[in-house]
Design a protein around this ligand. Sequence first.
Ligand SMILES: [Zn+2]
Length: 131
Amino acid sequence: MSGKKKTWEEEALEILLSLKKKEEAGLNNLLEQERKERSENPRQEFEPDEMVSQTVPLDDIISRTRKRVEAIKTAIERHKKGNYGICQGEGCGEQIDIKRLKAQPFALLCLKCQGEKEKKEVHKRINPAYA
Ligand SMILES: [Zn+2]
């Protein structure tokens, strides 16, 4: 036994690095899939009828995955600078709850700021004309 116990921050960095690998691989797969679909259906345009389709469009999944990869990268950057786990919400700067970070290591906002952000996003979704 070395006696040196890993700190939560060290653990978090490992989780973030493996998550990044996983998400980037997933993103590459999605982009590959998109390229295939495009070449199989080169004429596919956004017809109004297709907009009511129930399935989540691939574009949507890709942009969500991309956002997640970006968030993970940002979290890793912040880890290097030594301010990992500090809420990025405007004028907040609170330490994000460790339970929240364990569930979502790339969280950049505390629960309160996240809640406010989601409220705004829901508002946008309900009123797409104002987006
Ligand atoms: Zn906050």
